[in-house]
Design a binder for this molecule. Structure first.
Ligand code: GDP
Length: 452
């Protein structure tokens, strides 16, 4: 393990610092859960598994383009914006500043959970950016300009709202509570996007600014009781020893910096983004769990070296119910790619892996695992930045023997009771990516989980 020390070379500062500042060390009760592949790894289930012991469950990036499915006592919850922890009732669910919020979608999702009998304890960051109707319109116009050099958009305005944030055209949640400021910012944002859609991109945008203004002031009123400075709330919670769980959306290969650009999402999915996306220092995070599916699935475009087709692919897709939670699109499927998981371990600083959906591999005679790529005759063990290299990457597989069906109550029997071939599969992964698999998931329900 590499330890990184930041050494302050200004000795005067060091002397003053030791005289004037008290360094308080809080024991870390902060855990992060992030996707180690393309998203849809089962983060919702793993988050839900830990949420019962958490005081806060926090989303720190993305928007309602994400989709988590949590099944508790046979009841299915499909969530897009609110953290999965809401299903537990007791933790506070936090939508932090790095998330982009479609207020109408949020109001609908709040109604959905209330309808399921949950009283939502929810906090929404006053600094989170707001998805406006012109972002959604822009998304649809832009999709025609992306050709096949993009992941395929969910059409929810996510890329345009993040772009507007960087253009400094954005409207933040707090603005919905301040009509005059909101109007000032709306005039700027509206005219920019309308011109972009109509004059630059040849589309149309017919919704009037007045009706947007009225709707969004109304949304602000409806959400006002949830809006606060969530970074301060989380800081104080951590200081007083409360436990905090960060719930990542999507996965490392969709990270806008570290993923297969431009086939990525529009935000940073890596754990490092917790610092800026929630205002909680990375120094305070104790445990970083990467969720990896025992095979691979992917919604949307991009080269996918371990993709498979035909009968085995159909079997994996059907058994694994590999259809998008948000879009319903059939997912592409393939074998586990450890080049990808290796990157997830390194970039996120994973302390452990949660390996999900092992039960879906029941009955496969052999299980190929990709350990490296061959790119133009060379063996490559790390994700290439070059799109050319990624397009020509051919998987180099090791094949391991599979296992038969698992007993129904395998989760009750503990890790040692797992078939030897499954334990070998797990141990092979650990050795290749240098990270322990501490959580094994063998079914969609909360209790179908084995801890080591
Ligand atoms: P997320 O976006 O990472 O939260 O993943 P999704 O919710 O989109 O997809 C995961 C799906 O797999 C959900 O329907 C889960 O209920 C289901 N799931 C999670 N873990 C397991 C598992 O170990 N076995 C099976 N069969 N299903 C699982």
């Amino acid at each position: 393990m590499i330890r990184i020390c930041i050494i302050c070379i200004c000795s005067t500062y060091q002397r003053q610092a030791s005289n004037h500042f008290q360094v308080t060390l809080y024991q870390s009760n902060i855990t992060a859960i992030v996707g180690a592949q393309w998203g849809d790894e089962g983060k919702g289930k793993i988050t839900d598994f830990f949420a019962g012991n958490s005081d806060y469950v926090v989303r720190f990036h993305g928007g309602n383009n994400a989709g988590h499915t949590v099944i508790v006592d046979g009841e299915t919850y499909k969530l897009h914006l609110i953290p999965s922890g809401i299903v537990y009732g007791s933790p506070v669910s936090v939508i932090a500043n790095g998330v982009v919020v479609d207020p109408k979608a949020l109001i609908d999702e709040i109604a959905y959970v209330i309808n399921k009998g949950i009283n939502p304890k929810l906090m929404v960051s006053d600094r989170a950016h707001v998805i406006m109707p012109y972002h959604i319109a822009l998304d649809s116009v832009l999709s025609g300009h992306q050709a096949n050099l993009a992941a395929g958009s969910t059409g929810r305005g996510i890329a345009p709202v993040y772009a507007d944030k960087m253009f400094r055209n954005g409207i933040r949640v707090v603005d919905l509570l301040e009509p005059n400021i909101f109007k000032e910012k709306l005039i700027k944002g509206y005219s920019f996007s309308k011109n972009l859609i109509e004059k630059a991109l040849g589309g149309t945008f017919d919704i009037s600014m007045d009706s947007i203004y009225d709707d969004y002031i109304e949304y602000g009123n409806k959400l006002s009781s949830y809006i606060c400075d969530t970074a301060v709330e989380l800081f104080n919670a951590h200081k007083s020893g409360k436990s905090i769980l960060f719930e990542g959306a999507q996965g490392i290969s969709l990270d806008v910096d570290h993923g297969i650009y431009p086939y990525t999402t529009s935000s940073n999915t890596a754990a490092g983004h917790i610092s800026t996306g929630a205002g909680v220092s990375f120094r305070d995070i104790g445990k970083i769990i990467g969720v990896a599916k025992a095979y691979l699935s992917r919604v949307g475009e991009s080269p996918l070296p371990t993709e498979i087709h035909g009968d085995e692919a159909n079997e994996l897709r059907e058994k694994g119910a590999e259809y998008g939670t948000t879009t319903g699109r059939p997912r592409r499927v393939g074998w586990l790619d450890l080049v990808q998981v290796r990157q997830a371990v390194r970039v996120n600083g994973l302390t452990e892996i949660a390996l999900t959906k092992l039960d879906i591999l029941n009955g496969f005679k052999t299980l190929p695992i990709c350990i490296a790529y061959e790119v133009e005759g060379k063996q490559v063990k790390e994700m290439p930045a070059s799109l050319h290299d990624y397009r020509c990457a051919k998987p180099i597989y090791t094949s391991l023997p599979g296992w038969e069906d698992l007993p129904n109550n395998i989760w009750d029997m503990g890790f040692d009771a797992l078939p030897k071939t499954m334990k070998d599969y797990i141990s092979y992964i650990e050795t290749e990516v240098e990270c322990p698999v501490k959580i094994v998931s063998v079914g969609p329900q909360r209790h179908e989980t084995i801890l080591r």
